[in-house]
Design a protein around this ligand. Structure first.
Ligand SMILES: [Zn+2]
Length: 256
């Protein structure tokens, strides 16, 4: 029996799908994945995301510049490009944008500027944001408080319960992916237990972060079933009820 699956964070434009993208996406649809939000990482990725949304009814897009590529767009007119892409009615969010302090070679002040410019864009066009936040919880929180976008998700949330509560206080969603199924996933399991289901979203971040028992393999949206199972176990709640709530959350987040 297939269940309702909404993948709120996928990268099907990634080159690892170049050989068999059509086959993979057909499989997701045939197996019952209802909706996918493909998240762009740079300008080329925005263009390819739009192509995917035009080709497949069940794919929607987020357009934005990932912090890893921020220096490529610093002091350029990329915001005008993003503004144009966002005229498309299948582009539902600004993302993925944010801060990444894990890689030390990424200039922090440039990251912040690109992040803020895109948050300002999200306010101007009234769309939610998809946030990438790695080892940068407090700076991300402070910048978000300054801009207060319409709605947002902290994708692949990796913080503590206390930080999770801070985000929820701002009305933000937490993206829960394959990491929740890992053996050492103590922290994220605590978060899932403590935070009400209405603040959680399901995601793959595919091709990355395959859940157990598929670790190491290329990830795809249908694998979200393993993530939902883990969430329902952690919450000691009925699986199908959790399926419905998570699906409703994603629809609400993207206003679908
Ligand atoms: Zn991503």
């Amino acid at each position: 029996m297939s269940i309702k699956i909404f993948d709120t964070h996928a990268h099907y434009d990634d080159e690892s799908f170049d050989e068999d993208r059509e086959e993979v996406l057909k499989r997701q649809f045939d197996l019952g994945v209802n909706k996918i939000l493909n998240c762009a990482i740079d300008i080329d990725s925005c263009k390819n995301t739009i192509i995917l949304t035009e080709k497949y009814d069940f794919i929607y897009g987020a357009c934005g510049i990932h912090p890893s590529y921020s220096k490529d767009y610093y002091k350029t007119s990329y915001i005008n490009d993003l503004f144009e892409y966002h005229r498309n009615n299948k582009i539902l969010a600004v993302g993925e944008i944010g801060l990444d302090y894990f890689y030390k070679d990424l200039d922090v002040s440039i990251q912040k500027e690109i992040f803020k410019e895109q948050l300002a864009l999200s306010k101007e066009i009234n769309k939610p944001v998809v946030i990438h936040c790695r080892d940068a919880h407090y700076d991300t929180l402070n910048i978000i408080k300054e801009f207060m976008p319409l709605r947002g998700v902290i994708h692949c949330f990796s913080g503590s319960v206390d930080i999770a509560k801070e985000w929820v206080k701002l009305g933000f969603y937490l993206g829960i992916g394959g990491v929740v199924t890992f053996k050492n996933a103590v922290k994220i399991i605590e978060v899932v237990k403590e935070i009400p289901t209405k603040y959680l979203l399901t995601e793959t971040d595919c091709p990355y972060l395959s859940p157990v028992p598929l670790r190491g393999k290329r990830n795809e949206s249908i694998n979200i079933e393993h993530i939902i199972r883990k969430i329902s176990e952690a919450k000691n709640a009925d699986f199908y009820k959790i399926v419905d709530t998570l699906y409703e959350n994603a629809s609400k987040f993207l206003n679908l």
